[in-house]
Write a protein that binds this ligand. Structure first.
Ligand SMILES: Cc1ncc(COP(=O)(O)O)c(C=O)c1O
Length: 462
């Protein structure tokens, strides 16, 4: 068996290496249609098994053309990072070890690495050393976990045990979110029975930042359970809410403060950008993604919580056969899942490989590159619609149709990939610079490709 797996893994190594080698030069878009992929991979479920080498070859062939080079240096769509090599390598080990990491006895290694990684992350982001943490699939689940802890705590303060009794007959919870909150805030609230649409929306400024004064007014005189959801990193503009003022209002009214820092939290690692996040250390819970700006493979999100009891109270479960270890950390106590992948290990590897300085440089480089995109687009006469304070650029190329045509042409060209959005009611294109391997040459090459498409399709060429 071990001989078999060695040659199989050697084959995988070859295929994966070839894929990585073409990442910089291949078209960024997929070059195989969904129908061709179905034809290549589908058909009826085979009655007999297929040798693993053959499966690997089949997948590797499909992967060469059916994947998007979103891990590569010229992918600027959504907010998607790549993976630093150390994290990819660690992720391979995670698959090889196949550890369950619910409780300490499943895997002492995972429990210990979670502890180390969580404390490094807190340190990197300037968060209190007392914050608990959990490793989940992504920011949505991190938000779900943080808001479950919030629900526990604010109802507990009102004398209600939500885990025991549910929400039937519970005191109402006032939930306040910025007008530009990410939609996953509302889906998390929905999953928690708090309703995705019964939230009170607080107006935002031109960049999407919650207006702290409006929040203070909304909370003034409020008594009873309340949760405020702020954001560090608007998905379009990158704007960060005024967290210090928001934290103060939340504290004054006894509300729980959750901060969605899916990608913006990483800016705290940069001395240059950290002041923008002032006040985040006062949050009751924070959600973020390692698979975005830390450049760790999917899927990887993290939740931090200032109230260990509420965090565990909302998440932990007990069964006679679950062998809790008093003196050690049982990872499942902090996440919604029971059995799960050892997600902290690639994060550990990324942090160890980049170091504090490497994360700061990654953030600062990508922000500088975003500013360069904005400068080139403005100079060419196109409308950059946000203050580029982080790694996001929002640009419109005339009418909605013109903007859509430019985006389609950029994607078809394949030099780089940018996606569409609607910002303040108007169609726009979003450039998110989030990849560790993006060089200044990649940026210049991408600017040329964007300007080529824009000059052809934007109507009023710059
Ligand atoms: C601000 C913000 N919050 C939450 C999310 C959801 O993250 P995930 O898809 O990892 O769950 C995103 C994703 O882009 C985001 O930008």
């Amino acid at each position: 068996m071990s001989g078999d797996i060695s040659s199989l893994l050697a084959g995988v190594h070859k295929h994966a290496s070839e894929w990585f080698q073409t990442l910089r030069t291949r078209p960024v878009r997929a070059t195989m249609s969904a129908d061709s992929l179905r034809e290549m991979l589908g058909g009826p479920l085979p009655l007999e098994g297929t040798p693993p080498e053959r499966i690997t070859e089949l997948l590797a062939g499909a992967g060469m053309r059916g994947t998007v080079a979103s891990a590569g240096p010229r992918y600027f769509g959504f907010v998607i990072g790549g993976s630093v090599p150390a994290a990819v390598a660690a992720d391979w080990l995670v698959s090889a070890w196949d550890q369950n990491c619910a409780v300490f006895v499943h895997s002492p290694l995972v429990s210990v690495i979670e502890q180390i990684t969580g404390s490094w992350l807190r340190d990197l982001a300037g968060l209190p050393a007392s914050m608990s943490f959990g490793f989940v699939t992504g920011c949505h689940m991190a938000t779900f976990t943080g808001l479950a802890a919030a629900r526990h705590r604010v109802l507990e303060s009102a004398g209600w045990d939500v885990e025991d009794k549910g929400l039937f007959g519970a005191p109402p919870i006032e939930v306040l979110v910025g007008e530009e909150a990410h939609y996953t805030i509302c889906t998390a609230l929905r999953l928690l029975g708090l309703g995705g649409n019964r939230v009170r929306r607080i107006p935002t400024d031109t960049q999407g930042r919650m207006r702290a004064g409006e929040l203070a007014a909304a909370l003034r005189g409020h008594h009873g359970p309340a949760i405020v959801c702020a954001q560090a990193g608007n998905v379009n503009t990158g704007a960060i809410d005024p967290l210090a003022e928001i934290a103060e209002s939340a504290k004054d009214s006894g509300a729980w403060l959750h901060v969605d820092g899916a990608f913006g939290l990483w800016a705290a690692a940069s001395p240059q950008h950290a002041p923008m996040l002032r006040g985040i250390e006062k949050a009751d819970s924070i959600s973020t993604d390692a698979h975005k700006w830390l450049n760790v493979p999917y899927d990887s999100g993290i939740v931090f919580c200032a109230h260990d009891g509420a965090h565990r109270g909302a998440m932990s479960l007990a069964a006679a056969y679950i062998m809790a270890t008093e003196a050690e950390r049982d990872p499942h106590e902090f996440v919604p899942e029971e059995s799960r992948r050892a997600r902290a290990i690639p994060i550990y590897a990324a942090l160890r490989s980049l170091g504090r300085r490497g994360v700061a440089e990654l953030v600062e480089r990508n922000c500088r590159q975003a500013r360069r995109f904005a400068q080139a687009l403005r100079e060419a006469g196109f409308e950059v619609r946000n203050e580029v304070m982080l790694n996001q650029v929002v640009v419109s190329f005339g009418t909605a149709e013109e903007t859509q045509r430019v985006i389609a042409a950029i994607q078809e060209d394949g030099t780089c990939w940018c996606g569409g959005t609607v910002w303040k009611g108007r169609a726009a294109m979003r450039i998110s610079v989030s990849n560790w391997s993006t060089t200044d040459e990649d940026v210049e090459m991408s600017i040329e490709a964007i300007l080529r498409a824009a000059r052809k399709h934007a109507g009023k060429a710059g």
